[in-house]
Design a protein around this ligand. Structure first.
Ligand SMILES: [Zn+2]
Length: 76
């Protein structure tokens, strides 16, 4: 038998749709929206543009993904 683990959350709004990590969204945690990190941080338009249209406006991204990503990915 295969039963879905996340039957209470068909759409997990607490996870970043870009990287799959916790987005630390205050709203999904049941806290006031004004206490969310996104109120103090400017979310990169570049990051928003990477969001699939079906999750845009429905799921929050995480602080890491909200930052501008350098065009030159120079990982060490
Ligand atoms: Zn992310």
């Amino acid at each position: 038998m295969s039963s879905p683990v996340t039957k209470n959350q068909p759409l997990d709004t607490s996870l970043c749709p870009l990287c799959g990590q916790a987005n630390q969204c205050a709203i999904s945690a049941g806290l006031p929206p004004e206490s969310c990190w996104c109120m103090q941080t400017t979310v990169s338009q570049q990051a928003l543009a990477r969001l699939p249209s079906e999750v845009r406006g429905k799921r929050c991204i995480c602080p890491a993904c909200a930052q501008d990503i350098p065009s030159d990915s120079n990982h060490t």
